[in-house]
Design a protein around this ligand. Structure first.
Ligand code: AMP
Length: 399
């Protein structure tokens, strides 16, 4: 069985074709600059990447080109598009209705259209990706996997904000949480490598990338998470502020005359590691500058590590215990300096890492960095959201 996983962004379309018998990625790639030119990068194991500049006016045209590549003589991995058994779509926001992965139907697409106001950046491209796939691969079953659905069982006192209740009831202002597919994947992977039923584990998963979130997973269920109504809440990120005193927003708007859009740009695109360091949104660059004595870079890194620590501590309190901490995504999987700072002085909670293992970890596989004798396990686990989407698609597409 072969499953195509699609992840549509505003001007991009990422794809991976999985062989579900072996779990292998047969081909993957990215279309970029959709609507403003167009490029495709297409990769197959054991072959040189193929790169092409080609006019891609919309997602449908991009997907047509992807399918042509997948079954082409020269760069293909299948003989005909009939070999694509199902399509899995990554969808950032499922709102209150799409509480679990589900088959793509007209009703689902219509609902997603109604929640575009609360998901203005990611909603329209995800819908465009689904419609494009319906046109290009008619009759092929499709499943939507939502980043928010891992949080569908969070209790109301953790998702309702303490503002007038009507904003929740009438406007859908509540915590939704994001990166759920990643948190779900790494928590399940941890249980697998520990050889324990996930129902018996209390885990804090730290997805640290350009966007970052932390989730408390108790017995396999997410009970709380750092991102909220939007992916802006939580810890400091590459260019996002994370949680700040909300009055800072109105104070700056009043005193500097910023519009709502300008304020959003400041908090989304000019804050975080970039805003504090003044150097870069890339944690590698900021870490290197901090190591070279740059004070603002050091401050940015301290804010990040301390923010992660505070969430871990609060989730231990919420779960009344902790068996494991997992680090994943670009920073979590690759930056030992951040893991080291987060885990320093956490022995009271049972978190102690082996600095040598942390420094000399093996990339690309689940890696245990726990200090011998520590009460809590600490692991680095590469995330694989696409494979998780493929698994859900396999489970649901043919029902
Ligand atoms: P992501 O959003 O998951 O792609 O993560 C991006 C972040 O991971 C950036 O801040 C990078 O600096 C950081 N990072 C550190 N090391 C690496 C690496 N070897 N590969 C990719 N990202 C890395």
């Amino acid at each position: 069985m072969q499953i195509l996983v699609l992840n549509a962004g505003s001007s991009s379309l990422k794809y991976q074709l999985f062989n579900m018998e072996t779990g292998e990625v047969m081909a993957k790639g990215t279309c970029e600059r959709i609507g403003a030119g167009g490029t495709i990068t297409h990769k197959r194991p054991g072959a040189e990447p193929f790169y092409e500049e080609i006019d891609l006016p919309n997602h449908e045209e991009a997907l047509k080109n992807v399918i042509e590549l997948l079954d082409s003589e020269e760069h293909g991995v299948i003989k005909s598009i009939d070999e694509i058994d199902a399509v899995g779509h990554r969808v950032a926001h499922g709102g209150e209705m799409c509480r679990q992965s589900m088959k793509v139907t007209e009703k689902v697409i219509k609902y997603l259209e109604t929640i575009v106001p609360i998901n203005p950046l990611h909603g329209p491209p995800a819908i465009a990706g689904m419609k494009a796939a319906q046109d290009v691969l008619p009759g092929v079953p499709m499943v939507a996997v939502f980043d928010t659905s891992f949080y569908s069982e969070i209790e109301d006192f953790r998702y309702v904000y303490p503002i007038p209740y009507e904003f929740y009831e009438k406007d859908g202002v509540r915590r939704y949480g994001f990166h759920g597919t990643s948190h779900r994947y790494v928590s399940a992977k941890l249980a697998e490598v520990l050889g324990k039923p996930i129902e018996e584990l209390k885990i804090v998963t730290c997805h640290l990338g350009n966007g970052s979130s932390i989730t408390a997973v108790d017995g396999g269920k997410a009970i709380d998470t750092s991102m909220g109504f939007t992916p802006q809440e939580g810890i400091e990120m590459g260019t996002r502020s994370g949680t700040i005193d909300p009055t800072i927003v109105t104070y700056l708007m009043k005193t500097k005359g910023y519009s709502a859009q300008e304020m959003e740009d400041i908090l989304n695109k000019k804050s975080g590691l970039l805003g504090v360091s003044g150097l870069s949104n890339d944690c590698r660059n900021v870490s290197a500058a901090a190591a070279n004595g740059d004070k603002r870079a050091e401050l940015a890194i301290k804010i990040l590590a301390n923010g992660i620590k505070k969430y871990i501590g609060s989730y231990v309190a919420e779960m009344n215990g902790l068996d494991a901490v997992v680090f994943t995504a670009g920073i979590g999987e690759n930056q030992s300096n951040i893991r080291s700072r987060v885990c320093a002085n956490m022995s009271y909670l049972g978190i102690e890492i082996d600095e040598e293992k942390n420094e000399n970890f093996t990339r690309g596989v689940p890696f245990n960095i726990t200090k011998e004798g520590a009460k809590v396990q600490t692991w680095v686990i590469p995330t694989d959201e696409e494979y998780m989407i493929a698994l859900d698609t396999k489970k649901l597409a043919f029902n």
